[in-house]
Design a protein around this ligand. Structure first.
Ligand code: HEM
Length: 448
């Protein structure tokens, strides 16, 4: 067996990178990968961390041998929120739950989703028209989060939501910030320090309170509809029926709902933000998108998938701004990947952000160029060099929904409005579990 170890920064270099890793991991990790290649050892604390960008290793980890590489402890920082829901579970619990809720994400569920989107777009247009009339600036990213929160909850849970989206958005920001790269690194350091002092590290009260806000919302929704599953979206309908038949505990329903809040709306809201930001900051791309979507039948759940250029814009957005910028696995035994030997319990850091921005895999990776997906051969060949939704059995269950939502919003709003963003270049992005802007994404709007 080979005993080769992946290259990586020495201890002194690591110390040099350390402030960057805490405060700007996106840029710093990119720099490290550009220097050391597609498989990098990065050491801190007792955790052995490996940045894995290499296609053959990713294929093994995510697909062909995925049972040997579970999520394990990698989501422990957010376990208090996610419990044994689909996003955090492994093995039997995960596979049973995935099979159970899969129908809620099939295209048969799209007509209801389309109806919800249409309703919510009507409300959004009223807001946009008011901003257009007054010339007032607004935070586009926040607007997309509110929109996607309402759409996600109405579509998957129940039509009747009495919730303040801002309260949930803020709670989620606190939690995903806590699990961010920099904060997670600090937590490891604190845990090591506490344990050397014989003390137990506890999740900070502020974080637990934020988790409670989400738990309360989910319980409120569930209490209202538990006896009326027929009034719910397919997702909740399936879960309540299972719980009422005694096949899953009610707790599992709550966990699955919290996982959807965690994974389902922030991601799509970020993708929408950076799609519009990129379209309206590139006049040539705006022109081509408009050419494709203008003067057509109103968008619906069938025809939006026949917009090849717009689809490429979405793909390119998810390449440069992958909302789930990193996810993780653990080795359960000593493992050889791409010729390197990794010890048991190694932390495998898989980052669409690093892979999509690597000059090893992409020409001019920093350039926003939807045309790069035109190349049929290139598109066919892309597997593990393009993983905004992951790959293998854990691939994002919501990817069809997200794609539909993105295409539908672009096809609906691009012909009707001109957005002017205050920034012409993307602002610095912050790496919570999901990327977001480090400052409000201010925009103004005019009607076309
Ligand atoms: C642009 C939008 C989205 C992006 C970029 C995205 C990204 C991802 C990625 C990378 C994973 C794989 C994580 C891993 O392998 O550990 C994932 C899994 C998951 N996503 Fe998404 N997601 C998006 C939208 C959604 C939506 C709309 C939903 C639900 C409404 C959703 C629910 C989930 C769930 C439940 C999982 C766990 C799947 C499993 O392990 O079986 N996501 N997502």
């Amino acid at each position: 067996m080979s005993l080769k170890t992946p290259p990586g920064p020495s201890a002194s270099e690591f110390l040099m990178y350390f402030p960057g890793l805490l405060y700007d991991p996106l840029t710093t990790l990119n720099r490290i990968c550009e220097k050391y290649g597609s498989f990098v050892r990065l050491g801190f604390g007792n955790d052995r961390v490996y940045l894995v960008n290499d296609a053959s290793a990713l294929k093994e980890i995510l697909k062909s041998d995925y049972l040997r590489f579970p999520r394990g402890k990698t989501l422990d920082d957010v376990r208090f929120l996610l419990g044994e829901g689909l996003f955090a579970a492994d093995h039997e619990i995960w596979s049973t739950q995935r099979k159970l809720i899969k129908p809620a994400f099939h295209s048969e569920a799209f007509p209801l989703l389309e109806k919800v989107i249409r309703d919510e777009l009507t409300a959004l247009r009223e807001q946009l028209d008011r901003f257009a009339a007054t010339g007032e600036s607004f935070d586009f990213e926040r607007m997309m989060k509110r929109l996607m929160f309402r759409i996600t909850v109405r579509n998957l849970f129940s039509g009747d939501i009495k919730a303040d989206p801002d309260e949930i958005i803020e709670a989620l920001d606190i939690i995903t910030g806590y699990a961010s790269f920099g904060s997670h690194t600090m937590t490891i350091i604190k845990k090591t320090l506490y344990s050397s002092l014989g003390k137990k590290y506890r999740t900070p009260a502020k974080i637990l309170r934020a988790g409670q806000v989400i738990e309360d919302l989910v319980n409120r929704i569930l209490n209202n509809v538990y006896n009326y599953p027929e009034q719910c979206g397919t997702f909740l309908n399936i879960l309540i029926n299972e719980a009422q038949a005694g096949r899953i505990p009610r707790r599992q329903v709550v966990d699955e709902m919290k996982n959807i809040i965690f994974a389902g709306f922030d991601t799509t809201a970020e993708a929408l933000t950076w799609s519009f930001f990129s379209i309206f900051n590139h006049p040539g791309i705006l022109m081509k998108t408009r050419e494709e979507v203008e003067g057509k039948e109103p968008p619906d759940y069938k025809n939006v998938f026949r917009l090849p250029y717009t689809q490429n814009v979405v793909k390119e957005t998810l390449r440069l701004f992958p909302p789930a910028w990193a996810f993780h696995r653990i080795t359960t035994a000593e493992s050889v990947l791409s010729g390197y030997t990794l010890p048991v319990n190694s932390w495998l850091f898989i980052s669409p952000w690093l892979i999509h921005r690597s000059s090893l895999f992409w020409n001019n990776p920093e350039e926003f160029n939807p045309g790069r997906f035109n190349d049929e051969e290139r598109s066919q060949g892309i597997r593990f060099e393009y993983i905004p939704f992951g790959n293998g059995p854990h691939v994002c269950i919501g990817n069809g929904i997200a794609n539909f939502e993105l295409l539908y919003m672009i096809a609906s709003l691009v012909p009707e409005y001109n957005f002017t963003f205050a920034d012409k270049k993307p602002p610095r992005l912050v790496s919570g579990i999901i990327i977001r802007s480090s400052k409000p994404v201010m925009a103004q709007v005019r009607k076309v």
